[in-house]
Design a protein around this ligand. Structure first.
Ligand code: SAM
Length: 266
């Protein structure tokens, strides 16, 4: 078969370092009967060692040429190939206790993380290779420039840990940036419970839309001085200074007052 020419539009940077592949698979620690889905199997760098430990694996791949290669290499009894866009894929349909793995296409990593966060309830864990800068934003603590909407919305649903840094030379073609592997474990729902998740998302989006402004201004249409006092949060603070739990408390106060997502108090 002709060599596959990597497609930039599909974020194709294939892993070519056996050492990095082994570290990722070891971090995932697949057990034979685990229910696992790999996003973007590509040329199979992770697929093959995962299948060596699993009875069965699901993959979601968008590139038809790569799918044809995967079909030649792996039997349909062991590998179920879902052809299509992972951004549209219904991960919940694969069942509960799902483990999600992938060296993700970097050009869609943020929308993909938001899409996956929506199905966190049925997920056991996720292990992803991403741009290092994105992983740093995911795990960032309040107070720094990396802490933003992605940090709050993902930390609300997951405990996250950066596992390893991966240099550009581990891929073909080599990306311009460093990469990192992150582990994401869904939090038990009761730990940080927003009564209206969409409302929480709206509040966080509004707060970070102008992250240097005081919350009194960015959330002016939603919260009064009385609300800030009751919450015990100084309205002079800025979006990046609030912890995830503060955002949940804000959203819950609004929900208690009968405010739903995308509406404001006039
Ligand atoms: N897992 C392989 C590896 O580690 O070498 C390939 C990783 S490569 C960074 C990303 C893979 O995701 C490619 O196979 C690409 O075709 C696939 N991909 C890109 N966009 C996708 C999408 N929207 N849905 C599903 N797969 C996608």
């Amino acid at each position: 078969m002709k060599e596959h020419a990597p497609r930039k539009r599909f974020g194709q940077n294939f892993l070519v370092s056996p050492g990095v592949v082994a570290k990722i698979v070891d971090a995932v620690r697949p057990q034979a009967d685990d229910r696992v889905v790999e996003i973007g199997p590509g040329l199979g760098a992770l697929t093959e060692p995962l299948l060596a430990r699993l009875r069965h694996l699901h993959v979601v791949e968008i590139d038809r040429d790569l799918i044809a290669r995967l079909r030649e290499r792996f039997s349909p009894e062991r590998l179920t190939i879902h052809q299509g866009d992972a951004l549209q894929f219904d991960f919940a349909a694969l069942g509960r206790g799902l483990r999600v793995v992938g060296n993700l296409p970097y050009n869609i990593s943020t929308p993909l993380l938001f899409h996956l966060a929506a199905c966190a309830g049925g997920v056991r864990d996720m292990h992803f290779m991403l741009q290092r800068e994105v992983v740093e934003r995911m795990v960032a603590a309040p107070g720094g420039p990396e802490y933003g909407r992605l940090s709050v919305m993902l930390q609300y649903r997951f405990e996250m840990e950066r596992l390893l840094l991966v240099p550009p030379g581990a891929f073909n073609p080599a990306p311009r940036v460093e990469s990192a592997v992150v582990r994401m474990l869904p939090r038990p729902p009761a730990v940080l419970a927003a009564s209206d998740g969409t409302l929480l998302g709206d509040v966080v989006k509004s707060a970070f839309a102008q992250r240097r402004k005081m919350l009194r201004n960015t959330l002016r249409e939603r919260l009064s001085e009385e609300d800030w006092a009751a919450l015990g949060i100084a309205p002079t603070r800025r979006a990046e200074e609030l912890a995830v739990g503060d955002y949940v408390r804000i959203a819950n106060r609004l929900a208690e007052a009968g405010i739903s997502s995308s509406s404001s108090r006039s």
